[in-house]
Design a protein around this ligand. Structure first.
Ligand code: ADP
Ligand code: MG
Length: 618
């Protein structure tokens, strides 16, 4: 079904050095089963997964999906390939705490344009071993359970291939197991490709292990099963050292003699285990399957594949579901009317036929709304702009000149503020507003969620760090920083290759990597990889400054410390409130120079959903 040939990908570093992230990699994947990509950090695992899954483009080489070669892909085919065949699962699961599990899955169904029936939600829950937990809120689930919600979401498209990049990276090994168990089950019917650096897990779960170093495959092993030798119906000799007895009650005198012979042949310790639980653990540890077959890895020779005729390989186009996305965005706001955050939707009427034009008049309106809210105890406000569009169908008869209106419907489209809009507002309000590029889809699609990554560093994930990512970018400028009383260590970015992160982001890195990150110096001048939006392309930026955006209200410290006096319910409430507070706040933004939008966002103008330009002010 899936084959890659001679994939190459080279990254250039600042010093002009070249890193061969993929150095001529070819793999024929099996139709189903669990394939692990193993290797040290930096060996090219993620690059291989991303390129194979169509998230990144190779410099050269081919991807062949069901006989269709990427050489023959046209413009949007990479997106469509991904949309049709691949479900991605990443380390950060990004589910919405405001909604219960069922609702989280329903949202994703709606975003995919699928019918939202109870039955499919329940089926998905069952598939990921979360039956009966649908009504629970995410923050009552373990990390492993949350990750399985993310898997359910990836399954909505019914992809034939699942790709997971360190899916258990943020989990302890016990909860990690549950996730692998679920993926293992799915691998009976699908191809599951997992990036991991955990050899122990790989040996337990993998049907095949492909190991990478310096962008090359250094080994490719497939698991084979060696049948046990059965002494009789009841006794199996699994290997030289292991003997299994199905039913002790049926043992005969004669059997006992044979067992005694075996025992006598050993001069070290012998363990006889009778507990089901222990036996299961022992079998896993020494790689013996449930049915007593020994599992051994040997070089991959034959791969079970099918022949496909590329003519029958159809892609489903991916498109952004504006309307649904908008509705979901709005309903999530309604469901949590937290006083601190107000969103004001400004509505104008326009005809699609004539295009949509924005006028500054609009912002006078928003300005006065802001003034009116001044006396309330807002910490900050957030404004977004929504067009109400009347979509009118005409049936125009040329010979009679008769013009009949055949249908009318109304759509809401969220759109972007321009930099002149923001300048205008700031001219009236002492530089308090900043335009934000929000990674609109990150909440719903974990595939788009990796908006910040510093090589080999993990971002801390907890109630205090609920996003495990940046949530947006701001081209605020140094004046904005100073007039809001923020301070900066280092310098504000001077061009589109640079970024400043916040002290809160720095803390997230520090808590995630206590050994590597001890001071600002360990972060300044590092290169950070940002991934944008749906199509998920990567941009590399140098961190030139760390901005201290001021105190996060101390009441949220309870989420940081384990010493809180609050009960679980109160903590959950606080965590939800904090998630809303921090998610759109200046603490969680990346700060960029003002040529940034022009450079990177030019293609995004039509995708208002990926490019929601929110403005906020304190
Ligand atoms: P792994 O997932 O095995 O840790 P990656 O695939 O992320 O490895 O990276 C492989 C190599 O390519 C590393 O040396 C890494 O620094 C480099 N690399 C990955 N992505 C980028 C990028 N966007 N820009 C520059 N170098 C990169
Ligand atoms: Mg990686």
């Amino acid at each position: 079904m899936l084959e890659i040939k001679n994939l190459k990908k080279v990254y250039k570093t600042k010093g002009g050095q070249e890193v061969k992230a993929l150095d001529d990699v070819s793999v024929t994947f099996p139709e189903t089963g669990m394939v692990f990509l193993l290797g040290k950090s930096g060996s090219g695992k993620s690059t291989l997964l991303n390129v194979t899954g169509g998230l990144d483009k190779p410099d050269s080489g081919e991807i062949i999906i069901k006989g269709k070669n990427s050489k023959d892909f046209s413009g949007a085919d990479f997106d469509s390939y991904r949309n049709t065949y691949i479900g991605f699962i990443f380390q950060e699961y990004n589910i919405l705490n405001e909604f219960n599990i069922e609702q989280n899955i329903e949202l994703a169904l709606q975003l995919q344009g699928k019918k939202n029936d109870k039955e499919s939600v329940l089926k998905l829950l069952e598939q990921v071993d979360l039956k009966g937990l649908g009504k629970r809120k995410p923050n009552t689930l373990s990390g492993g359970q949350k990750q399985r919600v993310a898997i359910a979401r990836a399954l909505i498209k019914n992809p034939e291939i699942i790709m997971a990049d360190e899916p258990t990276g943020a989990l302890d090994s016990n909860t990690g197991k549950q996730v692998f168990d679920t993926l293992k089950k799915l691998s009976k019917e699908k191809l599951v490709i997992i990036v991991s650096h955990d050899r122990d897990f790989a040996e337990i779960y993998a049907d095949r292990i492909i190991e990478l170093a310096d962008g090359k495959i250094i080994s490719d092993m497939t698991k084979a099963h060696i049948e046990p030798k059965s002494l009789n119906e009841n006794i199996n000799i699994v290997n030289d050292n292991v003997l299994s007895i199905k039913n002790v009650e049926e043992l005969k005198r004669d059997d006992l003699d044979k067992i005694y012979d075996l025992l006598k042949s050993k001069n070290g310790e012998v363990i006889i285990s009778t507990s089901d639980h222990d036996n299961k653990a022992i079998k896993q540890a020494i790689h013996i399957s449930e049915d007593n077959r020994s599992e051994v890895f040997s070089d991959t020779k034959e791969v079970n594949t099918k022949e496909y005729d590329p003519k029958n390989t159809k892609f489903i186009k991916s498109h952004l579901p504006f309307q649904r996305a908008f509705k979901i965005g709005a309903s999530s706001l309604k469901s949590k009317p937290i006083r601190m955050i107000f969103t004001i939707f400004l509505t104008i009427v326009a005809l699609v036929m004539f295009g949509v034009t924005s006028t500054l008049m609009l912002y006078d309106e928003s300005y006065s709304v802001k003034e009116a809210l001044k006396n309330t105890d807002l910490d900050y406000e957030q404004i977004s702009k929504t067009y109400k569009v009347e979509n009118i169908g005409h049936n125009f008869n040329i010979s009679t000149g008769e013009d009949k209106v055949t249908y009318k419907n109304t759509e809401y489209l969220e759109t972007a503020f321009s930099s002149s809009d923001i300048n205008y507002l700031n001219s009236k309000s002492a530089n308090k507003y900043a335009g934000v590029i929000k990674f609109g889809s990150y909440n719903y699609y974990s595939g788009a969620s990796r908006v910040l990554r510093i090589e080999s560093m993990t971002l801390a994930s907890s109630n205090y760090y609920p996003y495990v990512a940046m949530t947006g970018l701001v081209d605020a400028g140094i004046n904005y920083i100073t007039s809001n009383g923020f301070t900066i260590t280092g310098s504000y970015p001077s061009n589109y290759t640079e970024i400043a992160i916040t002290d809160y982001m720095y803390q997230m890195l520090k808590d995630g990597n206590p050994d590597q990150v001890k001071s600002y110096d360990d972060i300044l001048n590092k290169t950070v990889t940002c991934r944008f939006g749906f199509s998920g392309y990567n941009v590399e930026l140098k961190i030139t400054g760390i901005i201290n955006t001021g105190m996060i209200p101390t009441k949220y410290n309870d989420l940081k410390n384990n010493t809180s006096n609050l009960n679980q319910n109160e903590l959950d409430k606080l965590a939800e409130e904090f998630k809303l507070y921090i998610g759109n706040s200046f603490h969680l933004m990346g700060y960029v120079s003002n040529d940034f939008y022009k450079e990177y966002m030019k293609d995004y103008e039509v995708y208002t959903y990926d490019y929601i330009n929110t403005i906020w002010a304190r």
